[in-house]
Structure formats: structure tokens, C-alpha cells
Design a protein around this ligand. Structure first.
Ligand SMILES: NC(=O)C1=CN([C@@H]2O[C@H](COP(=O)(O)OP(=O)(O)OC[C@H]3O[C@@H](n4cnc5c(N)ncnc54)[C@H](OP(=O)(O)O)[C@@H]3O)[C@@H](O)[C@H]2O)C=CC1
Ligand SMILES: Nc1nc(=O)c2c([nH]1)NC[C@@H]1CN(c3ccc(C(=O)N[C@@H](CCC(=O)O)C(=O)O)cc3)C=[N+]21
Length: 297
């Protein structure tokens, strides 16, 4: 193995500590804690773990955590009413509705109901538009976390060739927007891309957000490339009956060719939660009309 390991877990710890300091300052100025509301519909075990981790880390950063767990058969109208109530609650600065939602609920309708100024996930069309046009708004947590790791590692990204594999609204597309804003030359690959390995071989920066365990192999990479593995795939482990997490990149072969690579777990995942807390403290200050230098976080 020759690649440096990009320690997302350590970077996320530092970011959460800085958010915690800002949260103390917010409470001193306003007399109340910043608050994040997380809404979970249904009992998907993985989602329950994420929501529990978010709640714990929110409290640890000195903010209030409001968890709304609704049964899987909750109607769309009832969910929209919960979102409206959170929009109108002055103790709530950020709202996250855990995705995916059960099939009978229209996700776009739910996202459209969230007040864009409390949309700490950055999924509302208003925030998507703000990102695309370079206006201040909220940027989706996972891609913003990826850019933070890239800038920490590489400094300026200007002029670098970046390939994003995946074009989802929550990772691939906002990732491409952020890399354009960093002056990368960006290629977005997806399931219809011809000769993906050749496309990836051109890249100085590879971001894999596919959802296919260990798909990207070491011999697809330009030597020295920086590899950000967004994938979270639970697969059967070495021991009978046990599972483990792997990314979308075949870590063992990629680490022989890449210059630097994020591990799974311990890479992008912890950054996602830390950026969620960051977005929440930013939302709290903005909505209270308080000045705040978010670039200092
Ligand atoms: N670490 C974290 O914090 C987070 C991790 N994730 C993880 O990231 C991964 C991606 O998530 P998400 O974006 O929501 O997934 P989606 O399923 O929404 O999107 C997957 C994308 O990958 C593309 N794709 C699928 N198969 C191939 C293939 N064989 N070759 C090239 N492209 C392909 C799809 O192409 P097409 O559009 O043509 O169908 C699509 O654009 C998942 O593993 C997910 O668990 C997600 C969010 C946060
Ligand atoms: N509205 C919404 N916003 C999201 O941001 C959102 C979502 N819905 N739905 C699901 C995905 C996925 N996601 C992750 C968050 C943390 C880890 C994480 O902490 N991962 C740890 C490991 C966790 C474990 O061991 O299971 C790691 O990679 O080290 C992973 C994935 C956020 N998502």
C-alpha cells in the first residue's frame, strides 16, 4: 500500500469541536441552544442507527436534538403536517427528513415543504438553485464534506481533472457543482457511461458515489490520484453471519495506485454528520440575524 489514508473520522471530530464552540457562543448571545430536528419514518435498521448517531453527536456539540419517529404507515399528509410544525417552531433551526421515505410518500413534496432556510440537508430546489448559481444557501452534507477533505489534502483544486461517478440529487450532482465552483474540470459518469475505467483513468480526483461494493479497481486509477469513496455498502463479512461495511472502491487494489484515499468506514460517513451539525449552527446564526464567519469553521 502506498496511498496516504485520508482520516475523515479525525477531520470530523475537529469540525464537530469547532461547531461546539460556535454553539456555546450562540447560546451565550441568544439565551437558547441551537436545535436540529430529525424525522424518521419507518423502522429501517440502518436509518435508525444513523438517526441515533446524529442525535448523540448533536447533543455532544451543545445543540438540542428533536427526534420525530413516525410509524411506516404514516400518511403523506401527516408527515407534511409534522414538517410544517417544525418550520414554525422557533426552537428548531435545522430540519432533516431521513431518506428514503416509504414508497407511498412523495419525497419531492416533503422536501418542497421544508423551509429552505431550515433545510440543512440542502435538498430543497431553492438551495439546489442557490448552489448552482453561487448564492449562499445550504449545501448537501456529504458532498460538502468531500470537498473539505479534498481541500485539506490538496490545497487548491483549481485546474484538476475530477470524475464523479454517480448523478444522484443527494451526492453526485451537488458534488459536481461544488467541484465546478472549485475550478476543477468535471466529468460526471453514471450507469450509461461507456468505458468507465478509461474515464476514471484521466482523473486527478475520483469521487465514487455509486452504491456498488468495491466496483472501482486500482488499475482504473491514474497513479497518485486522490480517491474519495462515498459508498456505504453492507456485505457479508469473513465470519459466518457477520456483516461489514465496504465502499464503492476496492480499497486493497486502489491503495496501491492512489496518492490518497478515504477508508470505509471512517472516511466520508463521519464527515456527513459533522457537516450536518455545521449547517445547523450556520442556519441558527443566519435565522437569528447574527453575524457568523462560517468559513472559519
Ligand atoms: N457516506 C455518506 O455519508 C453517504 C453515503 N451514501 C452512499 O453512497 C452511495 C451512492 O448513494 P446515492 O447517490 O444516494 O445512490 P443512487 O442509487 O441514488 O445513485 C447511484 C448512482 O450511481 C450510478 N451507477 C449505478 N451503477 C453504476 C455502474 N455500474 N457504473 C456507473 N455508475 C453507476 C447510477 O447511475 P444512473 O443515474 O444511470 O442510474 C446513479 O447515478 C451508496 O452506497 C450510499 O449508501 C449516500 C449518502 C451519504
Ligand atoms: N435526509 C438524509 N440526509 C442524509 O444525509 C442521509 C439520508 N437522508 N439518508 C441516508 C444517507 C446515508 N448517510 C450516512 C450518514 C452517516 C454515515 C456514517 O456515519 N458512516 C460511518 C459508519 C456507520 C456504521 O458503522 O454503520 C462511517 O462511514 O464511518 C453513513 C451514511 C446519510 N444520509
Amino acid at each position: 500500500m502506498s496511498a496516504a489514508i485520508i482520516d475523515g473520522k479525525a477531520f470530523a471530530e475537529g469540525l464537530r469541536a469547532r461547531v461546539g464552540t460556535a454553539a456555546v457562543g450562540f447560546e451565550a448571545k441568544t439565551g437558547r441552544k441551537a436545535g436540529l430536528a430529525v424525522v424518521l419514518v419507518g423502522e429501517d435498521p440502518a436509518s435508525q442507527v444513523y438517526v441515533r448517531n446524529k442525535g448523540k453527536q448533536t447533543l455532544a456539540a451543545g445543540m438540542n436534538s428533536f427526534e420525530h419517529k413516525l410509524p411506516a404507515d404514516t400518511s403523506e399528509a401527516d408527515l407534511l403536517a409534522v414538517v410544517e410544525q417544525l418550520n414554525n417552531d422557533p426552537a428548531v433551526d435545522g430540519i432533516l427528513v431521513q431518506l428514503p421515505l416509504p414508497a407511498h410518500i412523495n419525497e419531492q413534496k416533503v422536501i418542497a415543504t421544508i423551509n429552505p432556510d431550515k433545510d440543512v440537508d440542502g435538498f430543497h430546489v431553492v438551495n439546489v438553485g442557490r448552489l448552482a448559481t453561487g448564492l449562499p444557501g445550504f449545501v448537501p452534507c456529504t458532498p460538502l464534506g468531500c470537498v473539505m477533505l479534498l481541500k485539506d489534502r490538496l490545497g487548491s483544486l483549481s485546474g484538476l481533472d475530477a470524475v464523479v461517478i454517480g448523478r444522484s440529487n443527494i451526492v453526485g450532482k451537488p458534488m459536481a457543482q461544488l467541484l465546478i465552483a472549485q475550478s476543477c474540470t468535471v466529468t460526471v459518469a453514471h450507469s450509461r457511461t461507456k468505458d468507465l475505467a478509461e474515464v476514471v483513468r484521466r482523473a486527478d480526483i475520483v469521487v465514487a458515489a455509486v452504491g456498488r461494493p468495491e466496483m472501482v479497481k486500482g488499475d482504473w486509477l491514474k497513479p497518485g490520484a486522490t480517491v474519495i469513496d462515498v459508498g456505504i455498502n453492507r456485505v457479508s463479512g469473513a465470519e459466518e453471519g457477520k456483516t461489514k461495511l465496504v465502499g464503492d472502491v476496492d480499497f486493497a487494489s486502489a491503495a496501491n495506485v492512489a496518492g490518497a484515499i478515504t477508508p470505509v468506514p471512517g472516511g466520508v460517513g463521519p464527515m456527513t454528520i459533522a457537516v450536518l451539525l455545521r449547517n445547523t449552527i450556520v442556519a441558527a446564526h443566519r435565522n437569528a440575524g447574527l453575524p457568523f464567519d462560517e468559513n472559519a469553521l
